[in-house]
Ligand binder design. Structure first.
Ligand SMILES: C[S@@+](CC[C@H](N)C(=O)[O-])C[C@H]1O[C@@H](n2cnc3c(N)ncnc32)[C@H](O)[C@@H]1O
Length: 385
């Protein structure tokens, strides 16, 4: 199994638009993935020691973990860089809607594969890619050069874009944001497009396409099931249930009929709730096998040190115990947001859109940009501290 098989499978699945097919054929993913990667259980796989396993991970349509803990050897195992899933790479490039001669800025160089695909299509001089980790940027630059590509690879925080090569016709981010930095809009030509993964603490996430207008605003819709790692400054601080939910914490106690099935597990409900309830993470802890039906949903806001636990048992039905601690009553916020989503007609995530204005504010809407919702998109770091 090799790169040609991967491309053939993407074509067969209908996930590789015609104009990108020959580009994907010319730019092998394996030339960009490092020799050390991690498998789905976060076990290291060395190319030289286990060539078959390495190749199996690289030539399938799945993300490949290429760095943990920003390269620190003894971290918690947080995925800090990866080669994105090839069908998602193709989808995002298709959404970017490039044409010959366009200038593109990529945020999140990672392995350099996506930058190579862009450079193969548009030419080295039209592609700038920004990577926050200088070590990764250096490695990607070297791999690109070895493969015959010389786009501008910049080691910098891509939240500021890269004004040096602006204006761009297109901006593509390959790490998720909770707010679109206005710098990306300011550096895109009117008529240009921004494509970025977007999520909230509760829901990661979907894809956002913004079209930039003459008046300096950018507006567009969400759409698609696309989960990405966060841009570095928008990561939610680590913390397990054991670290956040402490035995000595005072709490209120109540019961509810609400089952978490839809509010926590439904893609569209979760997306809407995440927009409405900033900074809230959900973690599900099962007692035994998931089929037992006994589990606890923990809602946590690291920023305010609030948590809620929502205990589900199969019987008696409908009286689930809820405990809440801290200044935010997170379960009440979730229940109210779920209620709101049902009241407004249970809109699917792709009925929501976003407009970014030159003052940096973001306005969420449903269906058309004039139907603005009274919501603050998840400010992420500001709340999460
Ligand atoms: C999913 S990987 C990108 C995959 C990449 N496009 C490829 O083709 O391999 C996300 C990358 O974004 C980088 N990143 C995170 N925050 C960033 C930021 N603020 N500016 C630039 N790069 C960032 C991470 O270090 C990581 O390498």
């Amino acid at each position: 199994m090799g790169h040609a098989d991967l491309v053939a499978r993407l074509v067969e699945a209908g996930g590789l638009p015609g104009e990108w097919r020959s580009v994907f054929e010319r730019v092998p993913r394996d030339a960009f993935v490092p020799d050390l990667v991690w498998d789905d259980d976060r076990r290291p796989v060395h190319r030289a020691r286990e060539p078959g396993r390495w190749s199996g991970l690289v030539h399938r349509d799945a993300p490949v973990v290429t760095q943990l803990d920003d390269g620190a050897p003894d971290g918690v195992g947080y995925v800090s860089s990866s080669a994105s899933m090839p069908s998602i790479v193709a989808l995002m490039l298709d959404e970017l809607d490039v044409a010959e001669g366009m200038r593109v800025l990529e945020i999140g160089t990672g392995t350099g594969w996506n930058a190579a695909l862009l450079a193969a299509r548009l030419g080295d001089g039209n592609v700038t890619t920004v990577e926050v980790d200088p070590v990764l940027a250096g490695l990607a630059r070297a791999r690109l050069a070895r493969a015959g590509f010389r786009p501008a690879v910049v080691a910098a925080d891509g939240m500021a874009g890269w004004p040096g090569h602006a204006p761009y016709d297109r901006v593509i981010a390959t790490a998720a944001v909770r707010r679109v930095p206005y710098a990306w809009v300011a550096q895109t030509r009117p008529g240009g497009r921004i494509v970025t993964p977007f999520g909230t603490a509760f829901h990661n996430g979907t894809l956002l396409r913004l079209d930039v207008r003459d008046d300096g605003t950018a507006s567009g819709r969400f759409g698609g099931d696309v989960g990405f790692m966060w841009t570095r400054s928008e990561r939610t601080p680590h913390g397990s249930v054991e670290e956040r939910v402490l035995p000595g914490h005072d709490h209120t106690e109540s019961t509810t009929d609400l089952h978490p099935y839809e509010p926590v597990s439904d893609f569209d409900a979760g997306f809407a709730i995440g927009l409405r309830v900033p900074g809230m993470l959900a973690t599900v802890v099962h007692d035994g096998a998931p089929a037992d039906g006994r589990f606890t949903v923990y809602l946590m806001d690291p920023g305010s040190d609030s948590w809620a636990s929502w205990r589900i048992t199969p019987r008696p039905r409908g009286r689930y115990r809820v405990r809440q601690h801290g200044p935010r009553a997170l379960f009440d916020e979730l229940a109210a947001a779920y209620d709101w989503w049902r009241r407004i007609g249970r809109p699917a995530h792709d009925r929501f859109g976003l407009t970014v204005t030159p003052d940096g504010r973001q306005h969420l809407w449903t269906d058309t940009p004039d139907r603005v919702l009274d919501l603050v998109p998840d400010p992420g770091k500001e709340r999460a501290g």
